[in-house]
Design a binder for this molecule. Sequence first.
Ligand code: NAG
Ligand code: NAG
Ligand code: NAG
Ligand code: NAG
Length: 717
Amino acid sequence: MTMDHVASPSRCCLSLFLVFVAITLLVRSWCSSKNLIQAKSNLHKPLLIKQPQAVLDHSSKPQHPLDPLTIQEINQVRAIISSFPPFLYSFPSINSLSLDEPEKALVLNWTIGDPLPPRKAFVIAYLENQSHILSVDLASNKVTSREVKTNSGYPILSKEDMTIATEVPFSNPDFNRAVIDRGVALSDTVCVALAPGWYGGEEEGRRIAKVQCFSSEGTSNFYMRPIEGLTVTVDVDKKQVVRISNTGRGIPIPKATNTDYKYDSIHNPTSEKGLKNMRPINPISMVQPKGRSFSVEDGHVVKWANWEFHLRPDHRAGMVISRAKVLDIESGAMRSVMYKGMASELFVPYMDPSEGWYFKTYMDAGEYGMGLSAFSLVPLNDCPRNAYYMDGVFAAVDGTPFLRSNMICVFERYAGEIGWRHYDVNNKVRESRPKVTLVARMAASVGNYDYIIDWEFQMDGLIRINVGLTGMLMVKGTPHKNTNQVRPHENTSGTLVSENVIGVVHDHFVTFYLDMDVDGPVNSFVKVNLVKEETSPGESPRKSYLRTKRHVARSEREAQIKLKLYDPSEFHVVSPDKKSRVGNPSGYKVVPGATAASLLDVNDPPQVRSAFTNNQIWVTPYNRSEEWAGGILVYQGKGDDTLAVWSERDRAIEKRDIVVWYTLGFHHIPCQEDFPIMPTVSASFELKPVNFFERNPILRVPPYQESDMPTCTSQYK
Ligand SMILES: *[C@@H]1O[C@H](CO)[C@@H](O)[C@H](O)[C@H]1NC(C)=O
Ligand SMILES: *[C@@H]1O[C@H](CO)[C@@H](O)[C@H](O)[C@H]1NC(C)=O
Ligand SMILES: *[C@@H]1O[C@H](CO)[C@@H](O)[C@H](O)[C@H]1NC(C)=O
Ligand SMILES: *[C@@H]1O[C@H](CO)[C@@H](O)[C@H](O)[C@H]1NC(C)=O
């Protein structure tokens, strides 16, 4: 507060009064609108709607061993690196700079009030064709380890790399001519830098990007207007065009008509002529008359109902959940469920082997960064009104910190679902409980695509991880305006979604790292297989039935799982020594939902790089160097450092600290509804307690009564 404010108390109180009036009016107008009237009994309690705000003070010190690096710490790391001898004369580009987590034993041993374990940073610095993997110690002001990688792969492409890649073509006359020949003005041309995958040949030994361009004339959705077949291979370090491939002559640029998705562009009377609108729906909002029931302590520790976990933004994974613990109401103990969970890597192969398309096999976490691609969430639309927002603090390519505001939101969700219920016809007992959950959400916009990642916590102990896909299709230009122009044996790589636009068939895989610590780090992985048994003649009127067979996986290969509908199993992570009252091992199971498997040839270069999708489930022994399923250096990586490579060692996993990897997959055969922007498709998987609690853990949750909802009542009863 400045002196000026202190000196004018009357101004201060006047503005407070105005705020109060504004809030009261807001509440009144909302609650007295057509559908909702304010309950009389509650008139004296104005509804305080907290506007989205990041409560985190970015100048504060870290409070927890897993807190992300602060602005001050990032600045300190930058200073340490700039006085580190190899970089004295030439500061490298900083492609990754994040917390180097303390050893797990130290974190497990830490409790509030203890001094923090030494703060360290993990840095990937790139200079003159070399990736330097550094560990920087903030207490001693030193780089404590450095590994120089020159073999396979490069770090995440920085924003500056992308800018260079997309600018370089414009200084090439052949490129400019090719664009103009297609009828696109250079000033309307928008280019994107695409990761090239890895296919050897001319790409070997240099960092390249494939640049493709679009016409932005007349639309904000340039992705629907590709200059098809024009691909420029750019050497990002030398800032040179390596090659121009122009195979699309004669393919028209699709029209801008109907491509826009901005409300202002769509919502105008001329474009709506002849269209019938659906009945408008009245606004729906999540209202918590008594405020939120969760707290975010020291900026990152989320406490809600029976849950407690540490939540932090990460430039690569997007969002990291750590130390998830759940309260056991029988014993009063906070019991460990998961040490760390995050999206480790993605794989997005497109199904078109032609010149301009074969390389499109993206690994979005290691090539672009899910957190770096996660921009501020849109209040009321991305997250409901009762959401709390958390900012990300990341390092730019020059090592300076920057803030990504409102990057994660946390909110309680009541979606009208039932937690449990029963009506007993015999004695007329009628009991029902609402299902209220807590969601932590982020949305990454990796170029054309948007990934919404939710971690949802339920009071019954279940954690649901949901991935939503939306944004723009990656489309291919075609001469065809109608499917009747497609020749009988012609290979189109997808669906004609509009005139001259093909939505190319592709897959999405998101591989999650789940360091489960069910009642402590020592766990086993158990496959509970359902097998068909046949009865012997005369034994029973039944011929067959199902029985469970438990198999404890001893080593990694026994836990490489391909899901099979006709050979089903449950996948339990159990604490072998912690038994329930009746003797079952305490556990959590990984419950797959709708998913898809990669059908590419295992020796296809993109599948080798993304071999972590060869199975839906893997289990590895905990190793703090094995967190990124596609390897540390993914960009143009050859696939020599993937989960599949590590798992081939077939290490022992029984009664160890183990990590479960689950891959959620989607096949996407585009359809017209995906044009010009896709309605969200989502799929999820769950981590569900299995004999972890002694009984239904939400038995004692009280039912809602009308009097719990005093603020507003509906006139439609
Ligand atoms: C755990 O913490 C206690 C008390 O702070 C300390 O004495 C002990 O050495 C620590 N153990 C480890 C493994 O760090
Ligand atoms: C970069 O390193 C690779 C592998 O060591 C080497 O083959 C290549 O020639 C180097 N390129 C440049 C531009 O120095
Ligand atoms: C379609 O693709 C198949 C397999 O690559 C190829 O044999 C065939 O010649 C292609 N057809 C046309 C019309 O290009
Ligand atoms: C831990 O992971 C690294 C990287 O994969 C590997 O080099 C090392 O051998 C692993 N350690 C163990 C004990 O498996």
